[in-house]
Design a protein around this ligand. Structure first.
Ligand SMILES: NC(=O)c1ccc[n+]([C@@H]2O[C@H](COP(=O)([O-])OP(=O)(O)OC[C@H]3O[C@@H](n4cnc5c(N)ncnc54)[C@H](OP(=O)(O)O)[C@@H]3O)[C@@H](O)[C@H]2O)c1
Length: 301
């Protein structure tokens, strides 16, 4: 199943996120994902595994498993490369062994001090404060013709007015906004706002990210309301959550290094939630964000 972005390009509704994927597993996971049917991979310079992803993709193309044009690759520009978009983009392409990307996202709406292409640290000044030094030059890169599409990403705490501001100055309308959203952090207003402006929303951290399956963490995978729905449909909570996001017209990119979970996360199109189920899920929106980089950056994003 695919969605068509505001630039006419189609993107699979179910992708595979590769953040925190164990390097030695990447090739096997990606090749198996392609065999299962995944055609959309969510990558980023910050994940520091572009080379491993590139090796897997090269093997998939060389062995005829899939053609480049049938795969959708997302890459993200890290915070301190905003003034070095072309170099950063070329660096990612080289590591991925690709000659074009399908989607280039600004990873976060903040810009930190540049310390070299391909490096992804967030450097603080001597006073311990994170430095911030420029504005986005992604549009210039797009004009160079190297990117097929240009898309901006905002995180959830980026306010709706700020998106409005970006829409006012962007010559190329943003096509995708990738945000954390799951039943405990539903973000309905930002999703509705994006939809109103023709911006597709992708859900990251849809399984709770680092808190998924961790004893003692608050995880919606154990939520009684969601478990009840899982029993009703004879599905797992993870599948209920993915189906719920797709029902909200979202794209999902759950990460898993387990082949059986790749299959599970891809098998979410053979049932549909009712409006009553959607209302029930609405009741568990605890506004609980799992991925909060501000904690380590001391910057509210
Ligand atoms: N734009 C951004 O700022 C941003 C931020 C965060 C993430 N992302 C993107 O979004 C992707 C997904 O987010 P994420 O990786 O943080 O977290 P996630 O997809 O919410 O959760 C991944 C965790 O859930 C487990 N899991 C996956 N499927 C499962 C299932 N069916 N049942 C039970 N557990 C399951 C995985 O374990 P196993 O691997 O052991 O299966 C892993 O521990 C990332 O890989 C990245 O591409 C983007």
């Amino acid at each position: 199943m695919t969605t068509t972005l505001n630039n006419g390009i189609t993107m699979s509704l179910t992708g595979l996120g590769v953040w925190r994927m164990e390097e030695k597993l990447i090739k096997n996971v990606i090749l198996n994902a392609i065999k299962i049917g995944y055609r959309h991979f969510d990558c980023a310079a910050k994940y520091q595994n572009e080379a491993e992803v590139g090796e897997a993709l090269a093997e998939a193309f060389d062995t005829g498993l899939v053609k480049r044009e049938d795969i959708f690759i997302t890459i993200k520009l890290w915070n301190f490369d905003h003034r070095h978009v072309l170099e950063a983009c070329k660096d990612s392409l080289k590591k991925l062994q690709l000659d074009y990307l399908d989607l280039y996202l600004v990873h976060y709406p903040i810009v930190t001090k540049h310390t070299g292409i391909g490096k992804t640290a967030s450097v603080r000044d001597e006073d311990g404060v994170l430095d911030i030094d420029s504005t986005i030059s992604l549009e210039t890169t797009w004009q160079s013709g190297m990117l097929w599409k240009i898309c901006f990403q905002w995180d959830c705490n980026y306010s709706v007015p700020l998106i409005g501001e970006c829409l006012a100055y962007a010559k190329v309308k943003p096509a995708v906004n990738q945000i954390e959203t799951h039943p405990y952090f539903q973000c309905d207003s930002i999703i509705k706002f994006c939809r109103k402006h023709g911006i597709c929303v992708t859900a990251h951290t849809s399984q709770g990210g680092a808190t998924a399956n961790v004893d003692g963490s608050v995880s919606f995978l154990e939520d009684p309301v969601l478990k009840k729905l899982a029993d009703k449909y004879k599905k797992t909570v993870a599948q209920i959550v993915l189906c719920w996001n797709i029902h909200r017209n979202m794209v999902v990119i759950p990460k898993s290094s387990k082949i059986e979970r790749l299959q599970e996360n891809f098998s979410v199109f053979d049932f549909e939630l009712t409006e009553k189920d959607m209302v029930d899920i609405m009741s568990v929106d605890w506004k609980l964000r799992c991925n909060q980089p501000a904690k380590s950056w001391d910057i509210f994003v």
